[in-house]
Ligand binder design. Structure first.
Ligand code: AHR
Length: 530
């Protein structure tokens, strides 16, 4: 398609990315800041931490007497780096752990050692029991250090509305108004925690109780009806059964039909790029395994669209938005950083591409998504950090959070990408991959557009020309690129800085900006407008 013809196809209000052939390795991108639309919820760039393997203990909680630098027992490096990316929220304490957690075990001076859901999945000889050293006050301390919103996952599977409501009162009742508030004050926090986000169980179709949609809907109604109203709660219902392409519309439909009109604020959708049924490894892989992971990851878009449609059939007003409170690449076991760090895995450039592709999808569907939480932030499935005692590294995924930070709270900008698709090998065949994928936003109060792009090709860079449509002109532009000559590159304790962002220099000329995007790369551009 000739450049003039391509630009004619651009619809002013389109918030879609389309891929069209231009000439090999050339891309035409048009952004329309004058038509900026919905605000991208900062909460989309959120986190999930669970009492699982080395996530909490050693990952985050090193203890007050540790030689590792800490703030009241919390690993200082973790706090510093999470602040750098503006972590907006933390989901805790699970995951599957949540439906076995009794909050009283984690408060006060003398704490019991208890059973942990993940204990039976911990290798022989490793103590996987729960020491309860990190509980409600320690979690809230972490949230306050980060200025992140707490998102509690309540225990529905092995608890009662009574126990749950007591936890809410303990957290949120003003000092002096309830015995539980006095107890909180005696434990060091006079001021209420003001927790708004409450998950009503986790995966209640599975580890959270093995329920049917109608059974769970009844629990949801009981847990939320007599809710202590110290704050305006944001309730998240357990979302669809399954983890990826098998995600089941029947749960979503059944749940919504049985709620009696009591629709939640959020539906907790879990989407893992689940590689466990394959032999694809996290750290070493072939080109077709690179593309297989990226292709499976991008399929989250279809899941979002289908479930949004199903929810809309029962509640056309769409009171409920998605809380994608677990997402990430989940590889088969065997590459953990140590036996007690179950589910930990190396992260490579491939996972950085996957992260960028996922965030661009979330941004483009921002009106459907209230929150998302990567699973899990440290020492786990799709982690930003790996930590083992005094060793600590940022993975390539961390840098994507950093590069995409400007999208948080910005307005989504219509963007059209004209880039040649290419054919890529995957498991069992080939697929068409987009030449580039991405999203754009207008920063609030600033005349600046952020554009993020991923180039999944393992062989070709892309020369992109970005045009500002609707009368705007670029005054200056700067960029950052995350790439490496080796697709398998990742950061390890021995080579902590192998994959790190580098500056990228776009060229401004009138109403357009040109930039060379390397192969296998994530790019973030900031274009200042006049
Ligand atoms: O993130 C690991 C586990 O995956 C969570 O505990 C559970 O919710 C999901 O199945």
């Amino acid at each position: 398609m000739r450049r003039r013809d391509l630009l004619k196809t651009i619809a002013p209000a389109a918030f879609l990315i389309s891929q069209r052939s231009v000439s090999a390795m050339d891309a035409e991108i048009v952004v329309q800041p004058a038509d900026a639309g919905p605000t991208i919820s900062p909460q989309i760039y959120g986190h999930f931490i669970e009492h699982l393997g080395g996530v909490i203990y050693d990952g985050i909680w090193v203890g007050r007497n540790s030689k590792i630098a800490n703030i009241d027992g919390i690993r200082k490096q973790f706090v510093d780096d999470m602040k750098r990316i503006g972590a907006p929220n933390l989901r805790w304490p699970g995951g599957c752990f949540a439906d076995g957690y009794h909050w009283r075990d984690g408060i006060g001076g003398k704490r019991p050692r208890t059973y942990n859901y993940w204990q039976s999945r911990t290798p022989a000889g490793v103590d996987g029991s729960e020491p309860n050293q990190f509980g409600t006050h320690e979690f809230m301390r972490l949230c306050r250090l980060l200025n992140a919103k707490p998102y509690f996952a309540g225990n529905v599977g092995s608890s009662t509305p009574h126990e749950f409501h007591d936890w809410v009162t303990y957290c949120n009742a003003p000092a002096g108004t309830a015995t539980l508030a006095d107890e909180r004050a005696a434990n060091g926090d006079k001021e209420p925690f003001g927790v708004e986000y409450w998950g009503i169980g986790n995966e209640s179709w599975g580890c959270g109780g093995g329920m049917k949609p109608g059974e769970y809907a009844a629990e949801f109604r009981k847990f939320t009806t007599q809710f202590p109203g110290y704050t305006t709660p944001f309730f998240v219902a357990t979302g669809p059964r399954g983890h990826q392409a098998d995600i089941d519309l029947s749960w979503t439909r059944g749940l919504f039909e049985n709620l009696g009109g009591r629709f939640p604020d959020g539906l907790g959708l879990h989407y893992y790029t689940d590689l466990r049924p394959t032999t694809i490894k996290a750290g070493t892989f072939k080109p077709n395994e690179w593309f297989e992971v990226l292709r499976k990851g991008a399929a989250i878009e279809k899941v979002i669209e289908e479930h949004w449609g199903a929810m809309g059939q029962v509640n056309p007003a769409h009171k409920t938005r998605f809380v994608i409170d677990e997402w990430g690449n989940w590889y088969p076991p065997g590459e953990e950083i140590g036996p007690q760090y179950i589910l930990s895995q190396p992260m490579t450039l491939r996972d950085a591409l996957h992260t960028g592709i996922t965030f661009d999808i979330f941004n483009r569907h921002t009106e459907k998504i209230a929150m998302a939480n990567v699973a899990q932030t440290i020492n786990c499935i799709h982690s930003l950090f790996l930590a083992r005692e005094d060793q600590f590294i940022r993975t390539p995924a961390y840098y994507v959070f950093e590069m995409y930070r400007s999208h948080m709270g910005a307005q989504l900008v219509p963007m059209m990408i004209g880039a040649p698709q290419f054919t890529a090998p995957v498991l069992g065949g080939t697929v068409k991959m987009p030449g580039l994928a991405g999203s754009a936003s207008l920063q609030p109060g600033a005349r600046a557009v952020t554009i993020t792009l991923t180039n999944a090709s393992l062989s070709d860079g892309v020369s992109a020309r970005i045009r500002i449509a609707g009368g705007g002109r670029a005054s200056e532009a700067r960029g950052v690129v995350l790439t490496h000559s080796d697709m398998q590159a990742g950061n390890t304790f021995a080579t902590p800085n192998a994959v790190a962002p580098a500056p990228l220099k776009p060229v401004v000329s009138g109403d357009s900006v040109s930039v060379s995007i390397p192969k296998q790369a994530v790019v973030a551009l900031e274009i200042r407008l006049v």
